[in-house]
Design a binder for this molecule. Structure first.
Ligand code: NAD
Ligand code: ZN
Length: 389
């Protein structure tokens, strides 16, 4: 089959690779009909997350048709049309039982190695390095889905791929970021970033009762899309973010602050930098990094800082004194996609939100390397790229 393969930093290619096979009784093989490129893929593309190997297949936002099932398929049948959470979960461990699916104890075969870096191991993820299990991703014609009796969610009739694809990651991720922001009626929520995840965080904050959302970025099309979602926007190239937030909130600061930027791209740095204190300090003073610092400094006393943006290593220069003395709460993590899927499908069915609004580019899988480039460079007004195998 054809698949998007990582060969090194900023070097991804579409190669012919062996077809995936059923390895375990609870596996399925899915023929991909749509797959997207995520901001998290840019961390891999830019070489920010260690433990990728040349030859690894990327991609964690995908959907398609079940073409093969193992001996214990559960409710899944050949021919089912499914969306697949990017987090892999066994469905039966302590964490799955507690609705904490991205922390599953059994789905990361490299748990021992990961625990050395993180203390304990989170779940396996598709296409996201050997720290998260080394699973082949879904920017491909076919993918093996482990624990397929637990994750894949059957798409109700009448919905296009474009309408449901983002249930695999960015809609639940934006939603969980908003839920983690502990929104109360009347609240003002500030969102750093206007990328795809942020766009869903903005709309989810309103679904969860925010009075007002303020969104921060520098890319004009992304700011415009945030305004379409009823956000007030701040262009951080043109205005001082902190001052403007204080002005908009009568000097008190937003009730909660969502970081939908993460550590990625722009300001330099590399995986090596994460392990080198001096280089890392330089990396952390670049613009991408200070979204989180700004969020901590601007958040009102007693407020909540919610992180959807991904962090891969050690973050330096976090103003802990401000966080402590303002009694801030922090919530974060990889999204518990399984938890949100039915709820968000219902929002789509009820017409509250059509997630396809975020798509700006559709390319054949063979043009995936170009897709990575334009998404990373934000060329050609690119906000979200969908690949069609
Ligand atoms: P993206 O890279 O397209 O969007 C990031 C946006 O942040 C860009 O529009 C950029 O211009 C903006 N930005 C950069 N520096 C900024 C700053 N200092 N202040 C304000 N805005 C700034 O990526 P995306 O797909 O929207 O993903 C966003 C983040 O969410 C990434 O870190 C990604 O890894 C993460 N993510 C997390 C999960 C999860 O489970 N928690 C899932 C998916 C994605
Ligand atoms: Zn993603």
């Amino acid at each position: 089959m054809r698949a998007l393969v990582w060969h090194g930093k900023e070097d991804v290619r579409v190669d012919t690779v062996p077809d995936p096979k059923i390895l375990n009784p609870r596996d399925a093989v899915v023929k991909i009909t749509s797959t997207a490129i995520c901001g998290s893929d840019l961390h891999l593309y830019g070489g920010y997350i260690p433990s990728l190997k040349s030859g690894d297949i990327l991609g964690h936002e995908f959907m398609g048709e079940v073409v093969e099932v193992g001996k214990e398929p559960g409710r899944l049948k050949v021919g089912d049309r499914v969306v697949i959470p990017f987090t892999i979960a066994c469905g039966h461990c302590y964490f799955c039982d507690h609705d904490l699916w991205s922390l599953c104890d059994n789905s990361n075969p490299n748990a021992e190695m990961t625990a050395k870096v993180m203390g304990q191991s989170p779940s396996g993820l598709f296409g996201y390095t050997h720290l998260f299990g080394g699973y082949a991703g879904g920017q491909a014609e076919y993918v093996r889905v482990p624990y397929a009796d637990v994750g894949p969610y059957k798409v109700p009739d009448g919905f296009s791929d474009d309408q449901v694809l983002f249930l695999t990651d960015i809609f639940p991720t934006g939603y969980m970021a908003a839920e983690n922001a502990d929104i109360e009626p009347g609240d003002t929520v500030a969102v750093w970033g206007c990328g795809p995840v942020a766009q869903f965080a903005i709309r989810s904050a309103y679904l969860l009762g925010a009075e007002r959302v303020i969104a921060i970025d520098r890319v004009p099309e992304r700011l415009a899309m945030a305004r379409d979602g009823r956000a007030i926007t701040i262009n951080f190239d043109e205005e001082d973010v902190h001052d403007r937030l204080m002005e908009l909130t009568g000097g008190r600061g937003p009730d909660s602050c969502i970081d939908a930027v993460g550590m990625e791209a722009h300001g330099g740095g590399s995986v090596d930098a994460i392990y080198d204190r001096v280089k890392f300090a330089a990396f952390m003073t670049t613009d991408r990094a200070h979204a989180l610092r700004q969020a901590i400094m601007a958040c009102r006393k007693g407020g909540t800082v919610s992180l959807a943006g991904v962090y891969g290593g050690v973050v330096d220069k976090i103003p802990m004194g401000a966080a402590f003395n303002k009694s801030l709460k922090f919530k974060m993590g990889q999204t518990h996609v399984h938890r949100y899927l039915p709820r968000l499908m219902k929002h789509i069915q009820d017409g509250d939100l059509d997630p396809s609004f975020v798509i700006t580019h559709k390319l054949p899988l063979d043009q995936a390397p170009e897709g990575y480039r334009i998404f990373r460079e934000k060329k050609d007004n690119c906000i979200k790229v969908v690949l069609k195998p």
